[in-house]
Design a protein around this ligand. Structure first.
Ligand SMILES: NC(=O)c1ccc[n+]([C@@H]2O[C@H](COP(=O)([O-])OP(=O)(O)OC[C@H]3O[C@@H](n4cnc5c(N)ncnc54)[C@H](O)[C@@H]3O)[C@@H](O)[C@H]2O)c1
Ligand SMILES: O=C(O)C(=O)C[C@]1(C(=O)O)C=C[C@@H](O)C=C1
Length: 366
């Protein structure tokens, strides 16, 4: 018997889950979305076997329901599902970036057939919608699971069985620790990225040429300011207590930084920067449990047509697989850099040797 998986919300995240779970022969995937074009696209691209405009009509057939709409809509869907007269047990999960409001909603579910387990894949993008969905989005990424009751092990295990096709790494947390950690390393940085963009926009009034000087650094740190504003206001709203706490801490930190600059204390400033660098450089290491570990190699390339393809082709021809690739600081006619992530040190060493032999300049982040 095929396992029937209903995915509600086929955007970036729901679409990416659909694309990976649909690859399993024993999965039958039904997609639900409020947007007709999204449903049609998902069906045409083979991301789902069946599309529906009515979640409650297909819910009774489901073994699993993954809610992948924005948080507020996910809570509404949970409450609607609670009223369905299910004839068999169903595992319901979500993908929301904030877990406390979801788990609070889960605690008031009364349906004896519904087993709710919170979920949050720690990977994404600033892109929106089904067209941005990728089967490999969650490869090697942490996928947080939050049990809603004690003794849910067998249901957690069953949920993992269908999500394993995403090639993620599971991590079980409680909602509070999840929201505190993601508040620090995911939500708050989005807030700050937007504030940096606002600051630059104000300064553009004085210097019209300013955007042309916004090179690698500004672009790196503000990429996430291009994320979906409606989705992110919902995330900030649902994790608002943490956001307020982090803003207070940030203001204190900025006051300290201002003093460092004003006091012209070179030694104190250098050690402030060194401490940050040491911590940042260590984030990729194996010992950091929550942050996915990768081995990064930087490769200098010329901004010429096909330059990136040449590097990836060379690696592919030598059976070296890349876990992630990022283009850094590419400017017209000038050298840029690629950040290639590999899954182990030995693969990185092989890639580095091969590329160096072919005349590329490579560097490993220490
Ligand atoms: N974007 C990220 O990087 C990221 C990463 C991890 C988790 N998340 C979480 O994933 C969820 C979805 O985010 P996304 O980035 O995929 O957004 P998205 O905008 O790409 O997709 C959301 C989809 O939900 C649909 N939708 C909206 N209301 C609906 C409803 N009531 N019923 C069914 N479908 C509905 C939309 O039409 C759209 O197709 C959010 O809860 C977010 O917190 C996002
Ligand atoms: O890569 C990005 O653009 C993301 O913002 C992804 C990101 C993150 O902050 O890391 C955003 C929200 C999530 O809930 C999980 C992942």
């Amino acid at each position: 018997m095929k396992k029937v998986i209903v995915i509600a919300g086929l955007g970036l995240i729901g679409g990416s889950i659909a694309k990976s779970v649909v690859r399993q022969n024993d999965h039958y995937v039904i997609g639900y979305d409020t947007d007709e074009e999204t449903l049609q696209f998902a069906l045409e691209m083979g991301m789902i076997h069946e599309a529906t405009n009515h979640l409650m009509e297909v819910a009774k057939r489901a073994d699993y329901i993954i809610l992948a709409a924005p948080i507020t809509q996910t809570i509404n869907l949970m409450n609607q599902l609670d009223k369905v007269s299910f004839e068999k047990d169903v595992i319901v999960s979500d993908v929301s970036s904030v877990k406390r409001p979801i788990m609070e909603a889960a605690s008031s579910l009364n349906n004896p057939h519904v087993y709710f387990i919170g979920g949050h894949p720690m990977a994404g993008s600033h892109k929106i919608g089904v067209q941005a969905a990728k089967a490999h989005l969650f490869e090697n990424a942490i996928y947080v699971l939050v049990a809603s009751e004690p003794n849910q092990e067998s249901y957690v295990k069953r949920l993992k069985e269908i999500l394993i096709s995403t090639n993620c790494k599971f991590l079980e947390l409680n909602a509070q620790e999840h929201d505190e950690m993601t508040g620090v390393v995911s939500h708050f940085p989005h807030l700050i990225a937007s504030s940096l963009v606002h600051q630059a926009r104000k300064w553009e009034e004085a210097h019209q040429y300013l955007p042309n000087l916004a090179a690698g650094g500004f672009r790196d740190i503000t990429r996430i300011a291009s994320s979906n504003p409606v989705l992110w206001q919902d995330i900030f709203h649902h994790n608002r207590e943490k956001m307020v706490q982090l803003l207070d801490e940030w203001i204190t930190e900025m006051t300290y930084l201002k003093q460092l600059v004003e006091n012209k204390d070179k030694q104190a400033m250098t050690s402030y920067l060194e401490d940050a660098k040491d911590y940042r450089d260590g984030l990729g290491s194996m010992t950091r449990g929550v942050i996915p570990s990768f081995y990064d190699l930087y490769v200098d390339i010329r901004d010429q047509t096909g330059a990136i393809a040449k590097v990836t082709q060379l690696l592919a021809e030598n059976s070296i697989s890349i876990n992630n690739i990022q283009i850094l600081e590419i400017r017209e006619g000038i050298t840029g850099a690629l950040r290639l992530s590999f899954s182990s040190q030995s693969i990185l060493n092989n890639a580095s040797k091969l590329l160096t032999e072919q005349g590329y300049e490579t560097m490993v982040e220490k």
